[in-house]
Design a protein. Structure first.
Length: 537
């Protein structure tokens, strides 16, 4: 049974395919169940068009195994499913659905033959340019079937050096976003993260960048110092308390092994997984980690994509990165629901939270990989990393002293960025605006504060947009109508629809209070409270 947002992804996908040419990419957060979406789509396609041929591609065997498992659950043990992957040890062709590793089939277009649909898991790895294994295979399959559709799935729709994965020369034409991290956390599908500012940050001064990312050899040399490793391990131990499963992201093989050795020297059961680790040894180590026989696992560029162990309750980032995608993948390992705690602690020795900001509002890289730092502050009592504008520490309740007026900035720079602010409302004003990005008209609501200081918070209701934006806006608009006691007969459905809604809402009952936060230069309103109930996003 699909969750509602997973079914929503499939519904939005069909809607996009029916009204557009080209290739869409579904953006779904880490832990949202992309393999379930893939399986649900495959089941629906074969039920509606039994002769269809579907190819599912990924670069990681764990993802291929997950996708195949979910397809079997959706279609049954006798699902028409073949697996083609050297890493898995199977080379099966001729089925309605083929799950394949790109390394194994990049030159096998003739053997694969005619395909109606190709789904690519972790689609952000596909090059913007017409090069690489994915682009080569897809162009060959497109030559066999000119009507081939390619559907991507990813949690991070951007690439270092290029930015968002849509646009000129890119394979994908549009992004479909059926659900956000905030919704998954609020509904109890993901565990929140808590971030603490470590006493020591790794120094990357002088480390060069190539393609927008730190040069690997220079980075490992800069951060793999015995004194730093000792500080890191000592602080992790001091902050871990009774946490059971620690995952370390390191800056290279030697760094991973050095951190492991420091853990062992302090009596912590620790192992390392790197690209040098054999398949059998890796499987054994991960099994022992999941069984609780190993407390700490260090790794270098291995346990990001495809690694899933929900009970990870401490993530130590010892790997500075300019890549927001890698940052999201690392901390995402701690967001699965756990059997013994309600959150995961993130200790960011790499400065990645400062570099990329909160996980719910990570900015894509610039075209050339450049980026700034997000301002934060740290609780003097418990070292919690919080947004610069926070008045009270969400972890210990410490009240921050007032900052000088010119220093106050509204940014969401704790790792979750989910602490809203409150405003009493004196009135609201509705108007019609045109989206600069989409060129589509939308409603704007300005909430004015009740302290007569002239403050206001604005939000947009995009009921004429496409996809998820419209879906969410329609739900919100229905709630507005119900709580404000508006007569929908006042809406002019045959004339200027939005203007008539704005006119009616300007004479309707406005909320007494809102909870909001600042995301970049825009506001996000989380809750609106009327006397007859509360409306959330």
């Amino acid at each position: 049974m699909l969750r509602d947002y997973q079914q929503r992804a499939i519904t939005l996908l069909y809607s996009w395919l029916q009204s557009h040419q080209g290739n869409p990419c579904i953006v779904a957060p880490t832990g949202s169940g992309k393999s379930h979406i893939i399986a649900g789509f495959c089941k629906d396609v074969l039920n509606s068009w039994p002769q269809s041929k579907i190819l599912i591609l990924s670069h990681v065997k764990e993802l291929l195994e997950q996708d195949a498992e979910k397809i079997r659950l959706a279609l049954g043990d006798f699902a028409p499913l073949g697996i083609y992957s050297a890493g898995i040890g199977r080379k099966e062709l001729g089925y309605s659905i083929t799950v394949a590793g790109i390394q194994s089939v990049r030159n096998k277009s003739k053997e694969l033959g005619f395909m109606d649909v190709v789904l690519v898991d972790e689609a952000h790895l596909i090059s913007h340019k017409a090069e690489g294994g994915y682009r080569f295979l897809l162009s060959e399959l497109k030559a066999i079937n000119p009507n081939l559709r390619v559907i991507g799935l990813t949690a991070t729709p951007y690439r270092m050096g290029f930015g968002v994965i849509t646009g000129e020369d890119a394979l994908f034409d549009d992004l479909i976003e059926p659900v956000k991290i905030e919704e998954l956390i609020n509904r109890g599908f993901l565990a929140p993260l808590r971030s603490k500012m470590p006493n020591n940050l790794l120094n990357v001064e002088g480390v060069h960048k190539r393609g927008g990312e730190f040069v690997a050899e220079e980075l490992q040399k800069a951060v793999n110092r015995k004194s730093d490793n000792e500080f890191i391990v000592d602080e992790v131990i001091s902050r871990a308390e009774d946490r059971k499963a620690w995952l370390f992201f390191c800056s290279g093989i030697a760094h991973s092994e050095a951190i492991r050795d420091e853990l062992r020297a302090r009596g912590i059961s620790a192992e390392t997984v790197t690209g040098k680790t054999s398949k059998s040894e890796r499987n054994k180590i991960i099994s022992e980690f999941k069984a609780g026989n190993i407390k700490a696992l260090t790794n270098s560029d291995v346990l990001t994509t495809g690694f899933d162990y929900p009970n990870i309750d401490l993530v130590a980032m010892c790997r500075p990165t300019m890549s927001p995608g890698l940052y999201c993948q690392m901390v995402g390992r701690g967001m699965r629901l756990k059997s013994h705690t309600d959150h995961c602690l993130v200790l960011d020795f790499a400065g990645n939270v400062r570099r990329h900001g909160p996980i719910i509002n990570v900015e894509p890289p610039k075209h050339k990989g450049s980026g700034g730092e997000a301002p934060i502050k740290v609780c003097d009592v418990c070292s919690e990393i919080v947004r610069a504008s926070a008045k009270v520490c969400p972890a210990c309740g410490y009240e921050f002293p007032p900052a000088p007026k010119e220093a106050i900035k509204l940014h969401e720079d704790d790792i979750m960025g989910i602490e809203p602010r409150e405003m009493g409302v004196s009135t609201w004003v509705w108007s019609v605006q045109t989206s600069k990005r989409a060129g589509v008209e939308m409603l704007r609501v300005d909430y004015y504060s009740d302290d007569y200081l002239g403050d206001k918070v604005s939000e947009y209701v995009t009921i004429l947009h496409d996809g998820y934006a419209r879906y969410k806006a329609e739900i919100l608009m229905r709630e507005f109508i119900q709580r404000s006691n508006v007569n929908v007969n006042e809406f002019d459905v045959n004339g200027n629809y939005l203007e008539s809604i704005a006119e009616a809402m300007n004479h309707a009952e406005f909320p007494q209070r809102i909870l909001y936060k600042k995301e970049g230069k825009y506001f996000k309103v989380w809750q609106r409270e009327w006397s007859n109930g509360t409306v959330g996003t």
